[in-house]
Design a protein around this ligand. Structure first.
Ligand code: ASP
Ligand code: MG
Length: 404
């Protein structure tokens, strides 16, 4: 007997028709001798709708009450799906986060799961009941409702799979797996049969939207086998696995991109201790998240300092830098909010030299200017003008033979 945790995202439960289809799918899987725990998101668009209601009534919505509001989306889908299964003659029961109980810390809006009481779930599995659990929510030790951050249902599913030691955590979604690149931009992108946790974590953090990075981190920590697959189409999807020493790893497994980036440069700053900290600490306090950071080798006692932020934070970051520019003794602040980041990821990079050069040569041949570069053991990220993003993606995809 196999225990599977299956998570259905917002688009999969976006209408009554789709919820009915999921109920049929679940019945099919139950008839194949699987025991299932189901986790669902709110109907597509619902969490955004709730968020804007909160922002409409208050300029700075109270974070506890915001979580009460946001958590209501999933309450709708767990009950509807349970009804659909009961109508099909199956035993199903819905659970809110606190009924399971999924205990989290008390950071509203981005709570972390601390423990899950599996008693109800195990009893249901033994009794042939299908538990339908609300994703994205939990309860803190004082009994307050909490939410886990956007995309948090993936993490709920992984955490339940870990607690139950399930055979697999299946993330059922509107795409049929993880691709070598976004198939909407790279037409010969290919579905990966497997990808390692490390690679998936990089891809998810660097722009791939299929899985939330936090859920991948969680799954890798607890060694939960995770699979991404299509909700409504047959197929084996993409299995996320531990790295296998005997397996020949491709040099590059996939390419992620993000278009909503911006860069800021403070030029002519005195090259003395403490400058990076004086530039970045007001940014961090704003709070604005900083991604890539590059500082030039100093010349004549001066240096240039460049970093990237999300495009939505650009105007705020420019303002902050302009206000400290004089104090820093810097020459000027400049920036560009029409850049994109492309990241080439693969565990095989560890054992192969010259991967970066291959990428740079390929981009040079297309006359694409690289504005910033950062590397780690298994990835190379570059910043290019946004208008070259698609071309750069295709060019890197071809260079590393990812469509074969
Ligand atoms: N409904 C929540 C969101 O949109 C959680 C999720 O979909 O995973 O972020
Ligand atoms: Mg979602």
């Amino acid at each position: 007997m196999t225990i599977l945790v299956q998570k259905f995202g917002g688009t999969s439960v976006g209408s009554i028709e789709k919820i009915n289809k999921i109920a049929d799918r679940i019945v099919r899987d139950l008839d194949q001798d699987n025991r299932l725990v189901i986790v669902v998101s709110a109907m597509s668009g619902e969490t955004n709708r709730l968020l804007s209601l909160g922002n409409d009534i208050s300029a700075e919505p109270d974070s506890r009450e915001m979580d009460v509001l946001l958590a209501s989306g999933e309450q709708v889908t767990i009950s509807l799906l349970s009804m659909a299964l009961i109508d099909r003659g199956r035993n199903a029961q819905s659970y809110l986060g606190d009924q399971v109980s999924i205990t989290t810390d008390n950071q509203f809006g981005r709570a972390r799961i601390e423990s899950i009481d599996t008693e109800n779930l195990r009893r249901d599995l033994d009794d042939g009941v299908v538990p339908i659990v609300a994703g994205f929510q939990g309860v803190d030790r004082e009994g307050n409702l909490t939410t886990l951050g956007r995309g948090g249902s993936d993490t709920t599913a992984v955490a339940i799979a870990a607690a139950l030691e399930a055979d697999e955590c299946q993330i059922c979604t509107d795409v049929d797996g993880v691709y070598t690149a976004d198939p909407r931009l790279v037409e010969n992108a290919r579905r990966l049969a497997t990808v390692t946790f490390e690679e998936m974590l990089e891809l998810a953090s660097l722009g791939s939207k299929v899985l939330s990075a936090r859920s991948v981190e969680f799954a890798s920590k607890y060694r939960v086998p995770m699979r991404v697959l299509s909700t409504f189409e047959e197929g084996s999807g993409t299995l996320i696995t531990m790295e296998n020493a005997t397996m020949e790893q491709p040099i590059v497994s996939g390419i992620a991109h993000t278009a909503d980036e911006a860069k800021l440069t403070v030029s002519g700053v005195p090259d003395v201790p403490g400058v990076a900290s004086r530039i970045l600490s007001p940014i961090g306090k704003a709070p604005i998240e900083v991604d890539m950071i590059v500082q030039n080798t100093g010349a004549d006692g001066l240096t240039d300092f460049t970093f990237t932020v999300k495009r939505g934070d650009y105007a705020k970051a420019v303002k902050i830098l302009e206000s400290i520019c004089k104090d820093l003794g810097a020459r000027e602040v400049s920036g560009d909010n029409t850049i994109a980041k492309i990241s080439v990821v693969g565990v095989g990079m560890r054992s192969h030299a010259g991967v970066a050069t291959r990428l740079f040569d390929a981009l040079a041949a297309e006359n694409i200017n690289i504005q910033m570069i950062s590397t780690s053991e298994i990835k190379i990220s570059i910043v290019v003008a946004e208008r070259y993003m698609e071309l750069a993606l295709r060019c890197a995809h071809d260079e590393f033979g990812l469509s074969e």
